[in-house]
Ligand binder design. Structure first.
Ligand SMILES: CC(C)(COP(=O)(O)OP(=O)(O)OC[C@H]1O[C@@H](n2cnc3c(N)ncnc32)[C@H](O)[C@@H]1OP(=O)(O)O)[C@@H](O)C(=O)NCCC(=O)NCCS
Length: 122
């Protein structure tokens, strides 16, 4: 499924280098480095820390989370809410997907990586 939120378009993506943006599962191998990714100090009121988001994901069945990588460098975090994960029998519910958390690390912001991550298939 493509994300068309924020009207982001592929042709305007100003990637600064050839490294590819990927969304990767968070596992026991990488979760600690994901907790160390932070937004700019002035943005801290906008979003929970990634550690808190992971704790939320543990308690809320509808949470779907991935780490955002630039090549092999973890640069961000995304968490969606997906009611298909919450309700096992979805025939009575309309599919409903929303962005719960989305962040790119301070020094990697404003380079087009957030846009590129938004455009990834999930
Ligand atoms: C929001 C955020 C993920 C954007 O990531 P980014 O990699 O810097 O974004 P990009 O460089 O890919 O920019 C994509 C577009 O969003 C716009 N944009 C980026 N940050 C923005 C912001 N804080 N407010 C409004 N627009 C923003 C850019 O101007 C660009 O627009 P354009 O396509 O018209 O040129 C990043 O600023 C961030 O982590 N912020 C703190 C966390 C947060 O507020 N998350 C959202 C709430 S959960």
């Amino acid at each position: 499924m493509k994300w068309f939120i924020l009207s982001m378009t592929e042709e305007n993506t100003p990637l600064n280098d050839n490294k590819v943006i990927t969304l990767r599962r968070i596992t026991r191998r990488n979760y600690r480095e994901i907790t160390r990714i932070e937004v700019k100090p002035k943005q801290r009121f906008f979003i929970a820390s990634n550690a808190v988001s992971m704790a939320d994901a543990y308690f809320y069945r509808e949470a779907w989370m991935r780490a955002i990588y630039l090549g092999e460098i973890p640069i961000g975090f995304v968490m969606l809410g997906d009611n298909a994960l919450k309700y096992k029998i979805i025939k009575h519910f309309k599919p409903f997907l929303y962005i719960w958390r989305f962040m790119i690390a301070d020094k990697y912001q404003e380079k087009g990586y957030g846009k590129k991550a938004m455009q990834k298939d999930i």
